[in-house]
Design a protein around this ligand. Sequence first.
Ligand code: AMP
Length: 219
Amino acid sequence: MRIILLGPPGAGKGTQANLISEQFHIPMISTGNMLRAAVAAKSSLGLKVKAVMDAGKLVSDDIIIALIEERVAKPDCEPGFLLDGFPRTIPQAEALDDVNLSIDYVIEIQVDDEVIVKRLSGRRVAPTSGHVYHVHYNPPKMEGLDDETGERLVHRDDDTEEVIRKRLSVYHEQTEPLILFYEQMMQTIGHPQCIKIDGTQSVHDIQIELARLLKEEKG
Ligand code: AMP
């Protein structure tokens, strides 16, 4: 089962990706988490991408494609994988198509821009586990700490209103066209299944609906 999660920043992709990954036993691959780990480790990749990420712009396709090609070739991806935050441009989607890993589902989580801006100010993430919380809507059991690993939660540098508006405009310009790209692919070759979901529902309701849709499709 190979799944792509699409949707604006803050739509809830990371939260749902974690849940789907646990439920269907497939690894969640988040390019954003991989890049943030590189930045935290101050690796040469991290040093290269930090300023671009802090400005809310996209890292170059070459870097991202190399990162993904290496990751999906690992043995844990054999039963499938779930991509969160990739592809984000048409060339990235074409590169994925070129490695002949056919995608079964593209899930678009839909949320309006103004809701996103409100949401992201309260978002907190666990850097290692990738778990995502919200101070009001989805708080951790212990304030400021990840439920599972106990690590300290952080407020991302790019979750400020100015940067989030920039990221939203980048999303509309460069990533949203992928929805049509995959709908056309579906019409031509019969996959991926394109699923749209209202991302303003509760985390639990979205999880239930997605699990139902994926199971149904799986037959
Ligand atoms: P995310 O956690 O998915 O919101 O990603 C955070 C930041 O990492 C983005 O704003 C980009 O700067 C960078 N990034 C993550 N994934 C990609 C991608 N597929 N292509 C280009 N840049 C990316």
